[in-house]
Design a protein around this ligand. Structure first.
Ligand SMILES: Nc1ncnc2c1ncn2[C@@H]1O[C@H](COP(=O)(O)OP(=O)(O)O)[C@@H](O)[C@H]1O
Ligand SMILES: [Mg+2]
Length: 325
């Protein structure tokens, strides 16, 4: 089998808090193939954003990758210099954030920001870059692109800014497109447009998409595969239909049974009593065991490995599935 577009193996990420370092991602492994959309789900605080930031090399200053591998098209990213990682960001990987202002420069016009990358990375002249940038704005459903190009981000609504940010990523035509809760702040109609755009991007550009969302309805609609995170561990992964019909991890079952929107803390806690542990909490064994109604003795002592379950590509990290009771 060809190597996946994005291959993450045993990724370990820590944050320094005070004098201590705490592990946020524990040996996380998963992949995203070409023309594939992988959705990552899990309660707020389980490590989704940290995963995307580790891939993009945009972790906050107190965070760092301490182990494992991140490969894009076979190239090991963790071995690259900061600078080379930065240039990959402009060319091969693009990311849409929940808050567009993290990606947009408040001091430059939208036109300038859109054309900058094209002049720099795509070798276009000014006229061509301008024309292409205009088209990208039209693609994301902005009806008066000429006027918008002259505006600054603060002159636009949140929804418009989000679309401008997506247009910026489209303009670069990355191989890997990462979106961290990109639709959260948008109204439903615009959400739909964004999702349609993304699926077009996947088809037309051979891109792979890593999509973070707390909306299980969106997951059902756009995902090919789903990765479920709990407290920095991958607990389950599988093809979307299989995972929704036949969830095996007690945590996944809880998430799916609670509400379409797993950002609703109260609803999650009703479905899965207890709360997500803080990264500073040391929990031996399976990190989910204190909340798990099926917890057995060994769950308190050892971290379960990954066991195949159900159909092809479906894996779960739970002793209920592997190794007997
Ligand atoms: N800069 C930071 N310093 C310390 N802890 C952090 C930092 N950023 C995130 N965390 C912690 O890392 C964990 C994962 O966070 P995050 O990836 O943002 O979760 P989410 O799944 O909601 O995107 C959380 O416990 C969060 O509190
Ligand atoms: Mg997040």
């Amino acid at each position: 089998m060809d190597e996946a577009l994005l291959q993450i193996k045993d990724l370990q990420t820590v944050f320094r808090v005070g004098k201590q370092e705490y592990t946020v991602l524990h040996k996380l492994s998963f992949h995203v193939g070409k023309r594939e959309t992988v959705c990552m789900v899990g309660e707020s605080g389980c490590g989704k954003s940290v995963t995307t930031l580790a891939v993009m090399d945009l972790l906050p200053r107190n965070g760092r990758v301490t182990g494992g591998s991140i490969r894009l098209n076979g190239q090991e990213l963790t071995a690259l210099s900061r600078r080379d990682r930065g240039s990959l960001r402009g060319k091969k990987m693009g990311m849409v954030f929940q808050e567009p202002m993290t990606a947009l420069n408040p001091l430059l016009t939208v036109g300038r920001q859109l054309t900058e990358g094209l002049l720099l990375h795509r070798g276009m002249d000014k006229a061509a870059a301008f024309q292409y940038a205009r088209e990208c704005l039209e693609t994301v459903g902005i009806s008066n692109p000429d006027e918008r190009m002259r505006q600054f981000p603060f002159q636009m609504s949140g929804g418009l800014r989000q679309r401008v940010m997506i247009a910026m990523v489209l303009a670069v035509q990355p191989e890997l497109f990462i979106a961290d809760e990109p639709t959260t702040a948008l109204d439903v109609t615009i959400q739909k447009q964004v999702l349609v755009l993304l699926s077009r991007l996947k088809k037309n550009m051979d891109a792979g998409i890593l999509f973070i969302t707390h909306d299980l309805g969106v997951v059902a609609e756009i995902a090919d595969r789903v990765v479920v995170l709990y407290a920095g561990y991958k607990v389950e992964e599988g093809p979307v239909q299989e995972l929704f019909q036949n969830p095996r991890h007690p945590y996944t079952r809880g998430l799916l049974s609670c509400v379409p929107n797993i950002d609703d803390d109260a609803a999650v806690i009703r479905a899965i009593p207890g709360i997500l542990p803080n990264i500073t909490e040391d929990i031996p064994g399976c990190r989910f065991h204190p909340r798990c109604q099926h917890a057995m003795d060994r769950c308190r002592k050892a971290v379960p490995g990954e066991f195949p379950c159900g159909g092809p590509g479906h894996y779960v990290s739970c002793f209920l599935e592997g190794g007997g009771r």
